[in-house]
Write a protein that binds this ligand. Structure first.
Ligand code: XUL
Ligand code: CO
Length: 437
């Protein structure tokens, strides 16, 4: 094993009283909770782009972190990143990783060389996976960073850019299949618009669907059995992104007949950018049967952009895990930390602290979510709140045995509805008593 994270030991569970910064306080990987190990409930994944590549640059300044791993040749850097990534995952007990094509292998002088670089690094990663048992959660394509995608990829006005994105997607799918990935993500970084004055929205959406259909057909023809995911985000980098939120994406998938193959990859900070809570996005996905995977992070309520911070908010993590449990848990998906350390947290140790805090927050969220369910008061209240649909006129409405005339007769006979309190404050108190109890 390499030693890039020299100060980071193999991180173990030491319990809530531990003051060791390199120990888990709540995440006890092997502990069984309701019939499943914590690690299998949570399926933590490392995001290659932020963790191995992110150097801390922002619109006002250059990077603060050296992510060259002591090498200078791009392919050597890419291989050192693989070594460092597997060292880190082994030390923290992270069993999955997620990648974009561009994170794992450098671009060549032309597409043929880029393709060759990717294949070589995929082989290298494959060797490490065999050695360690670490798995690929999902792969994706970076079809947003390069200037050739300035007008979009699948939604570009240029058919050549569309073709280039398609060529990249083909190779990223090949890489995902080779690495045994159980998911393939579409996040439409440039799939949106800046002004409708220059945008043929109808054609752009049709083309985006065409590209996704091609990806599904290709991957299925190569035996890919995993899930495709769309990752909704309302804005940034474009002013309006077509995959605005889960509800919008659902309409799109259904219109183009893509709903059998695609599920959602819900990202916390994207939900808040759309004016929703993380829980809202998860709930919409759950009730529509398209909950797939999670990009775990958090934003800052005082900042209006995608800050991609490590998630440490236990309320959010608890309500997230409540939805995950209610959705039946993860199948092909998992919890990918699409999060980056702050620009001033520039040491390798900081990456470990960040993951430990995030993993502990979600472990606590898992424990508390099961406590909410076991306690039963919130679920019981919810069930009873809608009791009027279980008998009488409510049952008739649900079973399609009511029409406007019948309901008018009912209202004439029964008069004003007799309503009950929504008890929001009481429920919030119950939540607090469980989280802090
Ligand atoms: C961008 C974002 C991406 C996707 C993968 O906001 O979340 O990193 O997760 O392309
Ligand atoms: Co993401």
């Amino acid at each position: 094993m390499s030693n890039y994270f020299a100060n980071v030991p193999v991180v173990k569970y030491e319990g809530p009283k531990s003051k060791n910064p390199f120990a888990f306080k709540f995440y006890d990987a092997e502990k069984v909770i309701v019939g499943k190990k914590m690690k299998d409930h949570l399926k933590f994944a490392l995001s290659w782009w932020h963790t191995m590549c992110g150097a801390g640059s922002d619109p006002f300044g250059v990077g603060t972190m050296d992510r060259s791993y002591g090498k200078s040749d791009p392919m050597e850097i890419a291989k050192a990143k693989v070594d460092a990534a597997f060292e880190f995952m082994q030390k923290l007990g992270i069993e999955y990783f997620c990648f974009h094509d561009a994170d794992i292998a450098p671009a060549g002088n032309d597409f043929a060389e880029t393709k060759k670089n990717l294949a070589e690094i995929v082989d290298y990663i494959s060797g490490k996976m065999k050695e360690t048992g670490i798995k690929n959660l999902w792969g994706t394509t970076n079809a947003f960073g390069h200037p050739r995608f300035m007008h979009g990829a699948g939604t570009s006005c240029s058919a050549d850019s569309f073709a280039y994105a398609a060529a990249q997607i083909k190779n990223a799918i090949d890489a995902t299949i080779k690495l045994g990935g159980t998911g393939y993500v579409f996040w439409g970084g440039r799939e949106g618009y800046e002004t409708l004055l220059n945008t043929d929205m109808g054609l752009e959406l049709d083309n985006m669907a065409r590209l996704m259909k091609m990806a599904v057909e290709y991957a299925r023809s190569k035996g890919f059995k995993g899930d495709f995911y769309i990752e909704p985000k309302p804005k940034e980098p474009t002013k309006h992104q077509y995959d605005f939120d889960t509800a919008t994406v659902l309409g799109f998938l259904r219109k183009y007949g893509l709903d059998k193959d695609f599920k959602m990859n819900i990202e916390a900070n994207h939900a808040t950018l759309a004016g929703h809570t993380f829980q809202h996005e998860l709930r919409v996905a759950r009730i529509n049967g398209v909950f797939g995977s999670i990009d775990a992070n958090q934003g800052d309520p005082n900042l209006g952009w995608d800050t991609d911070q490590f998630p440490t908010n236990v309320y959010e993590a608890t309500l997230c895990m409540y939805e995950v449990i209610k959705a039946g848990g993860f199948t092909n998906g998992g919890l990918n930390f699409d999060a980056k350390v702050r620009r001033a947290s520039f040491t390798f140790d900081d990456i470990a602290h960040a993951y430990i805090s995030g993993m502990d927050a979600f472990a606590l969220g898992l424990i508390k979510a099961y406590e909410i369910i076991e306690d039963g008061r919130i679920d019981k209240f919810l069930d009873e709140r809608y009791a009027s649909y279980k008998s009488g006129i409510g049952k008739d409405i649900v079973e399609g045995k009511a029409d406007l005339e019948k309901l008018e007769a009912y209202t004439l006979a029964n008069g004003e509805p007799k309503l009950e309190s929504g008890r929001q404050e009481m429920l919030e108190g119950i939540l607090n008593s469980i989280i802090f109890g």
